[in-house]
Design a protein around this ligand. Structure first.
Ligand SMILES: Cc1ncc(COP(=O)(O)O)c(C=O)c1O
Length: 335
């Protein structure tokens, strides 16, 4: 329509500029629309780090898989979509029914978005000390919250969800920690996207462990389709940490879907190093990311320096789960 009008008026449509190439790009007329927000999950960009890798040779490259650009703002849109569609397909979740689960925030937000869009209700257990941004977002989507004792951490929310599930068998207990649809969502979407976006050249994939769904799904996909690529998982270096969404496996309830054999290597990350990377990603790359994305970048840069020192080429992908706006009330931004 836009173009037709300009043809009728016999003048060219205004150019839009590709900022780096400075060449005019004609925008196509709007030919389609999105039927449901669910259809926008996935297909996130892969973004190359430039200034943070300036001291590395050109053949060692680090990319962030920008999962904060999912419609619900995090990588958990993928797992939640997989779990919800699987539950609907198997008749465990009925239209208008209640989905119950535990989440420290991102999966809850993803479920809440899907609940509103697909017409079911969400009952979510989460620790009372989950940050205000997350709780307000959940309420904004219309979710019902069960706040659990902060001293029990995310495991306390899991125990409460299990208790409610036993009391209410009519609810669909989605159990993201034990649900195979979680990791399968990544096997079917995140993994293939990364392989295609790196043109098959990926040498290392870095992901933190929460439910472990991302690492299990992408890791298995890469082992099946790019066996030369190394899968590197990481977790917080201590039980008391600030890497929200991640588990210190030694002291936490280990998710039933976690298989220690999927990653070739498991590393640890200090909260301070993650904070530091979050700040430098914002200030030097224009990427406003969350804490676990900062941690993944920290590990990816460690690998990049080791590969460069060994004289090897590397294409490293750091899975970046969410954006900085989920952590606005945290103090580390100014430290
Ligand atoms: C911010 C953040 N980072 C990392 C993760 C870990 O992802 P996964 O549960 O797929 O292991 C999560 C999970 O909720 C998260 O919210």
């Amino acid at each position: 329509m836009f173009l037709i009008m300009h043809v009728i008026l016999d003048r060219p449509p205004p150019p839009f500029f590709d900022c780096l190439a400075s060449k005019p790009v004609l925008m196509p007329p709007m030919a389609s629309f999105t039927k449901n927000i669910v259809d926008l999950v996935g297909n996130t960009p892969l973004i190359k780090l430039n200034r943070l890798t300036a001291d590395l040779p050109d053949n060692v490259q680090v990319f962030l898989k920008a999962e904060w650009l999912n419609p619900g703002g995090s990588v958990k849109d993928r797992a939640a979509r997989g779990i919800v569609l699987d539950g609907l397909q198997r008749g465990l979740l009925k239209p208008g029914g209640i989905l119950l689960d535990a989440s420290s925030g991102n999966t809850g937000i993803a479920y809440a978005m899907l609940a509103a869009a697909l017409d079911f209700k969400l009952l979510l257990c989460l620790p009372r000390n989950a940050n205000e941004e997350r709780k307000k977002t959940l309420v904004g989507y219309g979710a019902e919250l069960v706040l659990t004792d902060p001293n029990d951490g995310s495991d306390g929310a899991i125990v409460e969800a299990q208790r409610l599930s036993a009391l209410h068998p009519e609810y669909y207990y989605a159990d993201q920690y034990g649900n195979d649809a979680n990791w399968r969502a990544h096997y079917e979407s995140t993994g293939p996207e990364i392989l295609e976006q790196t043109e098959g050249k990926i040498t290392h994939f870095v992901a933190g462990l929460g439910t472990s769904g991302t690492c299990m799904g992408v890791g298995r996909f890469l082992r099946d389709n790019a066996p030369e690529a190394k899968v590197v998982s990481f977790e917080p270096d201590s039980p008391f940490h600030g890497l929200e969404g991640m588990k210190h496996m030694e002291t936490a309830i280990v998710p039933p879907i976690y298989d220690v054999g999927v990653a070739h290597e498991n590393r640890t990350c200090r909260t301070e190093d993650a904070y530091d990377r979050v700040r430098t990603l914002g200030r030097q790359e224009g990427l406003f990311v969350g804490i676990s994305a900062g941690a993944a970048t920290h590990i990816a840069l460690q690998i990049a320096h080791a590969e460069a020192a060994a004289g090897r080429e590397a294409t490293i992908v750091a899975l970046s789960p969410d954006g900085g706006s989920r952590y606005l009330s945290e103090r580390f931004w100014n430290e």
